[in-house]
Ligand binder design. Structure first.
Ligand SMILES: [Zn+2]
Length: 390
């Protein structure tokens, strides 16, 4: 779920919405304004119902944002990089890069979301209760009451111990603490997620058969999403396990062919690209410091007649968009960065100087080797310095 529209930043964290949020927003708005409020408050003015529905729906999404923001802020506090928050069809996601450093941090990052929802639910409830005590009746109390209920439902649903829900992450943190093994904890939490997803699909199908209305289909959709996300998380946990301990320096292509930014693209093609088998070249200054990356894709995008008059620096991926890594960094820490890098490539830098490059195919090969290693324990651990003989 990528962001379609950016809403700017809150507390330094990027907030975006995916277009699918319109679907759920409309469902809530129409449901409240045309069904729930008119049923609860007989004789309510149509315009008032719509205004109240809009306020309730907007406040609900603000609550959702507060929930995700809490995850993001606590994650950042524990040193986990945060890419941003996206609101979409099934609510919100705080996109975190990498994992919590400890079970305790994992637990805190996961638990704070439902706590915020619970707090908001109780807060809205108390406000409604106080207003009723003051003699206020009608739609204002209705909106507050609905916000109280929906936030508490959100907190409780998210506490179900099944990945990718917050409860699943809490389960993972607890098992991680107990077993001392993050992978096996994550795999158990993911399996719980798959079971829960299948149960939701079953309940949804039963509802489709026995209860008229779209509610059942919605459950099926959520169940399908939970199942798929849990499966992806299990795979991710296994990949991270397979690649654990591998350092960037062990799989990078060392001493890559580099280019000066002021060389023309025509010269680059003739003197480097056509003679070497690589498809990306770090652009470096006189001291060997990275100032960009040039790829075959970028060269191809340039009209051939402009090659002689265009410099490498004009079409290279600029330095501030490069994905950089240190040779001593673990691969699992760098993986999230690879996706953001130009063509999935990471430029490896030691003491400010380019010493290597990592491409997605290097990682794919390492995964295959790790898989072989898992199947046949006799092979050297990937990345170890052993030799099998010549
Ligand atoms: Zn959450």
């Amino acid at each position: 779920m990528n962001e379609t529209l950016s809403l700017g930043r809150l507390a330094g964290i990027r907030i975006g919405v995916n277009w699918t949020v319109l679907v759920i927003f409309s469902l809530i708005l129409i449901g409240l304004s045309t069904v729930q409020f008119p049923v609860l408050f007989e004789g309510i003015d149509v315009a008032v119902a719509w205004i109240a529905g809009t306020i309730a729906a907007v406040a609900f999404f603000a609550s959702l944002l507060a929930h995700e923001l809490a995850h993001a802020i606590v994650a950042r506090h524990h040193g986990v990089e945060v890419d941003g928050i996206v609101l979409w069809l099934f609510g919100g996601v705080a996109k975190l890069r990498g994992d919590a450093p400890s079970p305790r941090a994992d637990l805190r990052i996961a638990a704070v979301g439902p706590m915020v929802s619970l707090g908001l639910g109780v807060g809205f409830g108390l406000l409604a209760w106080a207003l009723v005590g003051l003699g206020v009746r009608g739609i204002v109390v209705g909106v507050l009451g609905w916000l109280a209920l929906i936030n508490i439902v959100l907190a409780v649903f998210n506490l179900i111990p099944a990945a990718p829900l917050d409860g699943g992450r809490i389960l993972r943190a607890i098992l991680w603490q107990l077993r001392g093994d993050r992978t096996s904890a994550a795999v158990t939490a993911s399996r719980a997620g798959r079971v829960f997803g299948v149960v939701l699909i079953g309940l949804g199908l039963a509802q489709v058969v026995f209860v008229p209305g779209p509610g059942g289909l919605w459950l099926v959709l959520i169940g399908w999403f939970v199942t798929a996300a849990a499966g992806a998380e299990e795979q991710q946990a296994r990949i991270q396990h397979a690649l654990a301990g591998v350092r960037i320096g062990e799989l990078m292509t060392p001493d890559p062919v580099t280019v000066h930014p002021l060389v023309s693209v025509a010269d680059l093609l003739e003197q480097v690209v056509l003679r070497r088998r690589f498809s990306s070249f770090p652009v470096v200054d006189e001291a060997g410091r990275p100032v960009g990356l040039i790829t075959l894709n970028r060269i191809r995008a340039l009209a051939p007649e402009r090659r002689a008059t265009t410099l490498v620096e004009d079409i290279a991926c600029p330095a501030d968009q490069l994905a950089l890594a240190d040779p001593d960094e673990p691969l699992t820490a760098v993986l999230p960065r690879m996706g953001a890098g130009e063509d999935g490539r990471v430029v490896v830098v030691r003491d400010g100087v380019v010493v290597g490059i990592v491409s997605p195919s290097d990682v794919a090969r390492m995964l295959q080797v790790a898989d072989l290693w898992d199947r046949q324990r006799g092979l050297p651990r990937p990345g170890s310095q052993d030799h099998l003989g010549r």
